[in-house]
Design a protein around this ligand. Structure first.
Ligand code: ATP
Ligand code: MG
Length: 759
């Protein structure tokens, strides 16, 4: 660099550059969306390294997602030719996990401790509640989980829980149960998500030498998306940033935007921004006002929208760029038309040469994704779901599909394996092993094998009657195919099998989402003429291979889109109840509404050149068509900067609706032409194998090797049975043998499991 500054500095405006070059002392960058906050952080790291002020492992940099961390590493590598060694660049959780593993023994754990997921956590809490003889109907694990999470987010250990709050659960036993739960975690050598930070914080607090080690190590600390830090994250940061000599100011640089605080429901506290100057006296506060991301109309729309919030610091934003296209608001008939219209728009963009990587669909709730996924598959438009599995790959959807497949296709072994003990029915590995051995030996499907087995005593009486009942259920359900609407049958199957109840009992927020998805599944079936066509369609959908590295449309939630940007952004479902979401309004009133509006602001400001907003006039909720009210956020948009097209296509909602109906009947027709069951089954089977941790049982031939094929038994033969031992054949009825066992007495067994004793 002959002419002074390196590229990563000269590419910055003066305010950004000040934030980068003020390396010593606390710095707060408080600025709106797209003003280059993340760019400042990246440049700052490059600058620190280039100046030799610190080595990569001496920089602690916190991003909001793992994806953001990877991107930042890549960008640093691009700027200075090396992103390696940034071992402390990651999310709060990743970094505190790393610290905790290094000092696990100080937290009463081993360094290989397990991190519990929500389901495990709920199970454990249930055990704790039960063990204390507390009425778990009245005091649910879900409520306790919520309380504990909340305490952890606020950095409160059991002993520090305010008495008033502990009193709110099980007649004052909240704190005690929290303590018991923590004890159980330690015994299991496990930590839940909230522990990662809290325990790391405790280790630092209680071990001054450890704390000093990290304080000395981290010469520079940087935090992105600072508005979404919660109390425990804040305490953790403050502790690490402190210097032993109070005269030395911490080199802490935080960047954030109060208007993008969207995790209040998870305990994030936007006040951390306001506290910054107080906690870090002499902090340099930098404001960035020039937006580099979005064109004029988009920026004006976003600014006008967020101005309707009362709780905000307020800031100016401007762009030197062109006005560009006005954001467009369109009414559509229903979610199906919404997906169709968005699909068309994206195809047009594609034809004009736009990259699909530059297109995103941002939804408020994950169930909205299904319709888009289906449409894109029909169109052959490549897409990816960011931050979660695709709709049909979700655990609950795979389980539900397995029930439907077993009903329609009794020979579908993978489906049967998947649900035979889901929900738990006490059909453990031992019974399944017998079932498998027999089916394999006879070359018959599992369900058929089960039908024969339940007539014998190979399986214990209790399991036998459970299995028998399940087979009866499937017979009954199969008998109803064609007798009643298939989506009603599906609902009935999920109810009667106990599957819906299984999730209802979970009572976690996550389980609620799963129940919502199951409803969406049943709803989606109505579009198909029968169960067979539906299953056929699903197997084709599942087969869409997204593995190649081609360009793809991104589908994600608004929460997941924070910090990202796309040339074109589609924002569907702007209807009251969905967005703003009813739950936020019910639970948090005006604060909830303002958080929803910030989410809308985040959505619009992801767009560089194109933002398209949709609302559907009708949405089916719980199986019933409901007329919706357009989102109040639409009234918050500036008329001068947005283009409102009342409805797509024929101009009236109804006309567009009729058109979409016909269009879809057409395309569905061709979808059903695709060849039949063999293929569906093969695809389905592949799908089931990919499932999350509940794959098919693999049974090796060891046991089988010892048995000889049946068929040659006669009364009086001495035989040996793998489970019941030696005995004599008393009767033969086809493949079933009555045997008087020396120890176990008379039993009806299958010849496949019996070995002729060589005399
Ligand atoms: P958000 O609040 O959404 O996280 P942000 O403030 O972090 O946004 P960045 O993502 O850093 O903003 O920047 C937005 C866009 O503007 C990026 O494409 C970035 O490369 C570009 N940009 C930022 N600063 C400049 C600059 N000085 N010159 C040119 N482009 C810039
Ligand atoms: Mg950013």
């Amino acid at each position: 660099q002959v002419h002074g500054a390196p590229d990563f500095l000269s590419a910055l405006n003066p305010e950004q550059r000040a934030a980068v070059e003020t390396t010593e002392g606390p710095v707060l960058v408080l600025a709106g969306a797209g003003t280059g906050k993340t760019r400042v952080l990246t440049a700052r790291i490059a600058h620190i390294l280039a100046q030799g002020l610190a080595r990569p492992h001496q920089i602690l940099a916190v991003t909001f997602t793992n994806k953001a961390a990877r991107e930042m590493k890549a960008r640093i590598a691009a700027l200075i030719g090396d992103g390696e060694g940034m071992g402390w660049l990651g999310t709060f959780h990743a970094i505190s996990t790393k610290i905790l593993r290094r000092h696990a023994e100080l937290a009463g754990l081993k360094s290989n401790f397990t991190i519990l997921d929500t389901d495990d956590q709920m199970r454990l809490l249930k055990q704790v509640i039960k063990a204390e003889n507390i009425d778990e109907k009245r005091w649910t694990a879900r409520t306790l989980a919520y309380l504990i999470d909340n305490w952890k987010n606020r950095g409160l250990a059991p002993k520090n829980v305010p008495a008033g709050e502990a009193a709110a659960f099980a007649n004052g036993r909240g704190g005690e149960l929290y303590a018991l739960y923590q004890e159980r975690l330690k015994i299991l050598n496990a930590a839940d998500f909230g522990d990662l930070l809290l325990e790391a914080l405790r280790v630092l607090r209680e071990n001054p030498d450890v704390l000093r080690e990290y304080q000395q190590r981290f010469k520079y600390i940087l935090v992105d998306e600072y508005q979404d830090t919660n109390a425990v994250q804040y305490l953790w940061l403050r502790l690490l940033a402190q210097r032993t000599d109070p005269a030395i100011k911490p080199n802490l640089c935080c960047v954030g935007d109060d208007d993008q605080s969207i995790y209040g429901w998870r305990g994030a506290d936007v006040d951390n921004i306001l506290r910054f100057e107080k906690d870090f006296p002499g902090a340099k506060v930098v404001r960035l006002e020039r937006n580099y991301r979005s064109t004029g109309h988009i920026l004006a729309t976003a600014a006008h929208l967020i101005a309707h919030n009362r709780d905000r610091l307020g800031k100016t934003l401007f762009t030197d760029g062109e006005d560009g296209e006005k954001p467009e608001v369109s009414g559509v008939w229903d979610s199906e038309e919404e997906a169709r219209v968005v699909g068309e728009e994206i195809e047009q963009l594609q034809h004009k040469g736009h990259s699909l990587d530059e297109v995103a669909i941002l939804v408020r709730a994950s169930f909205q994704m299904r319709e888009f996924e289906e449409r894109f598959i029909t169109l052959g438009l490549p897409y990816k779901v960011i931050g979660g599995p695709r709709f049909y790959e979700r655990l609950e959807i795979r389980d539900a599909l397995a029930y439907l497949r077993c009903t329609a296709q009794p020979a579908d072994d993978l489906a049967f394996e998947r649900i035979v003990n889901t929900p738990k029915r006490g059909l453990g590995d031992a019974s399944l092993q017998i079932l498998h051995d027999f089916a394999r030996l006879q070359h018959i499907p599992l369900m058929q094998a089960a039908r024969i087995l339940v007539e014998t005593e190979e399986v214990k009486p209790k399991q036998r009657s459970t299995l028998r009942a399940l087979l009866k259920d499937f017979e009954r359900w199969a008998g109803e195919i064609g007798q009643k609407p298939h989506h009603e049958l599906a609902e009935q199957i999920l109810e009667e099998s106990g599957y819906t109840d299984f999730w209802k009992q979970e009572k976690s927020v996550e389980a609620e989402g799963r129940l919502e998805n199951l409803k969406e599944l049943v709803r989606s079936m109505e579009e198909f003429p029968d169960l067979g066509s539906f299953l056929e369609h699903v197997s084709l959908v599942m087969d869409v291979d997204n593995a190649d590295g081609g360009e793809r449309v991104s589908i994600m939630t608004l929460h997941g889109a924070k910090g990202l940007e796309f040339e074109s952004v589609f924002l569907p479902g702007w209807e009251e109840g969905l967005f703003p979401h009813q739950r936020s309004l019910d639970e948090n009133g005006r604060a909830g509404l303002e958080e929803e509006r910030r989410l809308a602001y985040v959505g619009v400001t992801r767009a560089r050149r194109r933002a398209k907003i949709y609302f559907a006039t009708n949405r089916r909720i719980h199986g019933l068509w409901q007329t919706t009210t357009p989102s109040r956020f639409l009234d918050d948009l500036p008329a001068d900067h947005v283009l409102v097209t009342e409805s797509r296509g024929s101009g009236s909602g109804y006309g567009a609706y009729a058109q979409s109906r016909f269009a879809n009947i057409d395309s569905f027709g061709s979808r059903y032409d695709t060849p039949g069951w063999k293929r569906a089954q093969a695809h389905g089977a592949k799908g089931a194998q990919d499932s999350g941790g509940r794959g098919p049982l693999t049974i090796e031939g060891e046991v089988l090797g010892k048995t000889s094929p049946g068929g040659s038994f006669a009364p009086g033969d001495r035989v040996f049975h793998l489970k019941f031992g030696p005995g004599s054949v008393a009767g033969v009825d086809g493949s079933k043998l009555t045997i008087d066992f020396d120890k176990a007495g008379r039993k009806l067994v299958l010849d496949s499991f019996v070995e002729q004793k060589s005399s």
